[in-house]
Design a protein around this ligand. Structure first.
Ligand code: ATP
Ligand code: MG
Ligand code: MG
Length: 383
């Protein structure tokens, strides 16, 4: 066994599952707090798992009791219990970081205070429909209405295109704590996975992310038609942003590259991230390897985070039929450089992340040529 310490993870979705794939190779036990048969538990047989919710204080406490280091694969967790157990068990990243980041508006204010450029935001809590109209007058349309909390995969976002959308936007999200963001008229979205260790801050390469309906669809490593100066600037900005937070582990940093080449941070995830899945095949160490090593203070050679080969990742989302994700995976079986990941989730719902495919090749053009038929197939199924 490389390490006899036990890692506890709040959440047993696909990120927890891929973390366990990395932990299994090092024979490190990961205790998962989530419902029985969650994707992560399916591939990890031992009696250290806890059945319950990562939002439930007692369950978090139980996980802490059987673990040496506690981490997360989702930020929407009970941070108060994490604060309480932090005296007895290591919590990485810090509960303070999790509490700050899980509120997207608080996160933006914090980044701004630390000199990091973010999209301009306005608090809308308690301001009702009139608040939205006021934002429309000051920011202009479109603007992005966002829920401060419990937001992921675009569930919590509403593009307000004109004053005529205000009522529908409020109808959709009005019961949640809201803020608004000025529209970022970006040329491209970029992302960088950052690794915070006991010794400092390292980064994986910059990738391009393509979102459809506010959900990540594709990532390109390296980004298409972006200069090395910009990819380096993105890594530096990501480092600066993550340097402002306490604790160890990997962080996903999403950015907008504006038309004048200025970079703005969109948001930060205090955990492995969809935009880092490509690292499993494309880098010597994956984001999951890096996360485990960072929280356990194990060595991470910086060159282990380099891009070994260009890669493209395509998400497999739930579609119009219950088995469309299986059809996509089956189609990818005939693609020689496609690594297929299915997450073992139960039912497919439209837009639910069911798996992903990564193609690596000696050049990005070759990877594009190989993945294009799969992208076409996904688009056809979507109708
Ligand atoms: P995730 O699953 O990454 O946590 P999320 O639900 O928190 O996503 P955001 O990252 O806030 O959502 O937004 C999702 C996508 O919506 C972005 O990647 C981008 O494509 C678009 N978007 C978000 N904010 C803006 C903005 N201010 N201007 C323009 N587009 C935006
Ligand atoms: Mg988010
Ligand atoms: Mg996002």
């Amino acid at each position: 066994m490389a390490d006899s310490r036990k890692v506890g993870v709040l959440g047993g979705g696909q990120l927890g599952r891929m973390l366990i794939e990395a932990a299994n190779r090092l024979n490190i036990q990961v205790n998962v707090l989530d419902v029985a048969a969650s994707p992560a538990k399916q591939i990890s047989a031992h009696d250290g798992h806890i059945e319950g919710s990562f939002k439930n204080a007692d369950s978090v406490k139980k996980l802490a009791q059987v673990s040496d280091v506690v981490t997360v694969e989702i930020e929407h967790v009970d941070t108060h219990m994490l604060e309480e157990v932090a005296g007895q068990v290591k919590v990485e990243p810090s509960w303070k970081t999790l509490r700050m980041i899980k509120d997207k508006y608080a996160q933006k204010l914090y980044l701004k205070e630390h000199g990091v450029d973010v999209a301009e935001s306005v608090d809308l809590e308690g301001k009702g429909v009139q608040g939205l109209k006021d934002v429309g007058s000051s920011f202009g349309y479109p603007f992005m209405l966002k829920s401060k909390t419990e937001a992921y995969d675009g569930r919590g976002n509403f593009v307000v295109k004109s004053e005529g959308d205000v009522d529908a936007a409020f109808e959709a999200l009005g019961k949640r704590p809201l803020y608004a963001e000025r529209w970022a008229d970006f040329r491209m979205e970029l992302a960088v996975m950052v690794v915070k260790t006991k010794d400092g801050v390292l980064t994986f390469p910059t990738v391009e992310t393509v979102h459809e309906d506010s959900i990540c669809k594709l990532t390109y490593a390296p980004p298409r038609n972006v200069s090395p100066e910009i990819t380096q600037k993105a890594q530096e900005l990501a480092k600066k942003a993550i340097g402002a937070f306490e604790g160890k582990g990997v962080f996903g940093v999403e950015m907008f590259l504006l038309k004048d080449d200025k970079l703005l941070i969109n948001e930060i995830a205090p955990r492995p991230h969809n935009s880092g899945h490509y690292t499993i095949e494309a880098c010597p160490l994956s984001q999951y390897d890096a996360h485990l090593r960072a929280i356990l203070d194990l060595p991470i050679p910086a060159s282990g985070l380099r891009l070994r080969e260009p890669s493209i990742m395509l998400n497999i989302l739930g579609g119009q039929t219950p088995d469309s994700h299986i059809q996509i995976a089956n189609r990818a079986l005939t693609s020689p450089n496609a690594s297929i990941h299915l997450y073992g989730k139960g039912d497919a719902r439209p837009g639910r992340k069911m798996g992903h495919i990564t193609v690596t090749a000696p050049s990005l053009a070759e990877a594009e040529a190989e993945i294009q038929p799969l992208v076409d197939f996904v688009d056809d199924l979507k109708g």
